[in-house]
Design a protein around this ligand. Structure first.
Ligand code: ADP
Ligand code: FBP
Ligand code: MG
Length: 480
């Protein structure tokens, strides 16, 4: 078997379907079975419950009269015919990377979805992320076992960074007789899932690989929004409120709140927009400077003079170059190869204090709620979202699709090929309307010179914009 070639179909009016692989692409003549859902009392009442095989979801929602129809993805959902009998299915679930509210809900709903919709009873949890495939025991997951887990933060099966050894993982999948692999994780995890899929294809075995995108940073492209993001923005309000109360209760109070966001400042941007108490939001995508005209210190001085207090929200990946210049240390990586960040919140707080002690008395309080936010269970709306993601993944694997990530594209769940979610990162576009709304709500300086304005591309007002190209996935041993 060769390397996977993307399945692209074209149609009239510039229609393009970026399809996902199917088991029959490399194992012809697989038997099909009637979907058991047609006799399920809960679902059989739905008119047109099954998704038409030709249904696709458009990526471009704003179109002009003569513009090409553009990219489409296969619509997610149950198919009339499935490629697995319930007794034949041996599924496993693995969670990788950082925590995110809602992971347990996704685990719960995969287990319960497989059981209640398809009668599948054999589901294993792989302990401690990718490396657990070859170094740990498995946990049998039943609807009873997972019944309450959505009320807890974290992941009941554990997670890790690093340890992706493709052939050892696929050996373990084969040895255990697993034929459906559900992989919950962020950009790194989806690259790892693509490698597992490629290896499975090479070996020509009947194993469906389904990715469920997890990232509190909302940095996965194409999909509308990642699960847990809403919960994180909501929880961040508590920290911002606390910072505001502290700041407004004292003379020249400054509240600094650090929020997560390694390369993408979505949590900071949305938390700021939601709160209205924030005077300045700093994100990785928008470089800033401290000293001089138009700099942060000048703005802080102005706000304190006008208002007597102020709140600054800083995403953890903001200003990393500035911090590195000060402490001459950068370039360290975690076990997955992600850049290890320097603490911009602490650094910024010290810099502000140093600058103003020479000029006036200020009272600065620094709040770092990052891990507290990440560790909570998902809110109601994320719980429903997690359920839909899990069900879409289950329907896709049962229908024989593989090598896909599931997620909403313009509100409709779709199966997206792995390469589309790993080739770029979703980032805040600072020439976009949302960032403009933020600037107008905080009144902060843009920190952009006229030269920066000219060199920043103008993109449309959309969240699934393609940010900068990140490194290509290289399969093999990533077990640092
Ligand atoms: N390029 C890659 N190829 C294969 N596996 C990868 C790659 N990048 C990351 N991984 C694996 O994916 C897992 C999670 O990655 P990480 O970056 O820590 O978190 P996240 O998936 O949340 O972004 C780790 O076990 C890591 O080894
Ligand atoms: O869990 P760690 O190793 O402390 O890493 C913290 C990082 O994890 C995140 O919460 C999520 O990152 P991933 O989605 O890539 O796992 C980032 O916001 C943060 O930079
Ligand atoms: Mg990541």
């Amino acid at each position: 078997m060769g390397k996977y070639q993307p399945k692209i179909e074209t149609g009239e009016g510039g229609y393009v379907l970026e399809d996902v692989p199917h088991l029959t692409d490399y194992i012809p003549h697989l038997p099909t079975y009637q979907n058991p859902l047609q006799h399920n009392p809960s679902y059989s009442v739905v008119t047109q419950y099954f998704v038409n095989v030709d249904d696709t979801v458009t990526q471009k929602i704003v179109v002009h009269k003569n513009s090409p129809r553009g990219t489409h993805f296969r619509r997610a959902g149950p198919r009339e015919k499935v490629y697995f009998e319930p007794d034949e299915v041996s599924a496993c679930i693995v969670t990788c990377g950082g925590l995110c509210p809602g992971v347990n809900t996704v685990i719960r709903e995969i287990v319960c979805g497989l059981y209640h919709m398809y009668g599948v009873t054999n589901v294993l949890g792989i302990e401690a992320g990718y490396k657990g495939f070859y170094s740990r025991n498995t946990i049998p997951l039943t609807p009873k076992f997972v019944n309450d887990i959505h009320k807890r933060g974290g992941t009941i099966i554990g997670t890790s960074r690093g340890g992706h050894d493709t052939s050892k993982i696929v050996d373990s999948i084969q040895d255990r007789g697993i034929n459906q692999v559900y992989i919950i994780g962020g950009d790194g995890t989806q690259k790892g899932a693509a490698c597992i899929f490629e290896e499975i294809l090479k070996r020509g075995i009947k194993v469906a690989v389904a990715g469920i995108p997890k990232t509190i940073d909302n940095d996965i492209p194409v999909i509308d929004k990642s699960f847990g993001f809403d919960t994180a923005v909501e929880e961040a309000q508590r920290a911002i409120n606390a910072a505001h109360v502290e700041a407004e209760s004292v003379e020249n109070g400054v509240g600094v709140v650090k929020l997560m966001g390694r390369y993408s400042g979505f949590i900071a941007m949305y938390a700021t927009l939601a709160s209205r108490d924030v005077d300045c939001c700093l994100i990785p995508e928008s470089p800033f400077y401290l000293e001089g005209e138009g700099g942060l210190f000048e703005y802080i001085g102005k706000r304190l003079k006008e208002n007597g207090h102020m709140v600054i929200v800083v995403a953890e990946g903001a200003g990393q170059e500035l911090v590195a210049e000060s402490i001459r240390e950068m370039g360290k990586q975690d076990a997955s190869g992600n850049r290890l960040l320097l603490d911009v919140g602490l650094w910024l707080s010290e810099k502000i204090k140093d600058h103003f002690t020479r000029k006036m008395v200020i009272n600065l309080k620094y709040i770092d709620p990052t891990y507290m936010i990440r560790a909570i269970p998902s809110n109601a709306s994320d719980n429903v979202y997690c359920t839909l993601l899990a069900h879409s993944a289950v329907h896709g694997a049962m229908a024989g699709y593989t090598g896909f990530t599931v997620g909403p594209v313009n509100g409709r769940h779709a199966y997206i090929p792995f390469y589309r979610v790993t080739e770029t990162q979703n980032k805040v576009v600072i020439t976009d309307r949302m960032w403009a709304r933020l600037l107008s709500s905080t009144n902060q300086p843009s920190f952009l010179t006229s030269k920066d304005h000219a060199s920043t591309p103008l993109l449309e007002d959309t969240h699934d914009v393609h940010g900068e190209v990140i490194e290509e996935a290289v399969c093999g041993n990533n077990s640092q």
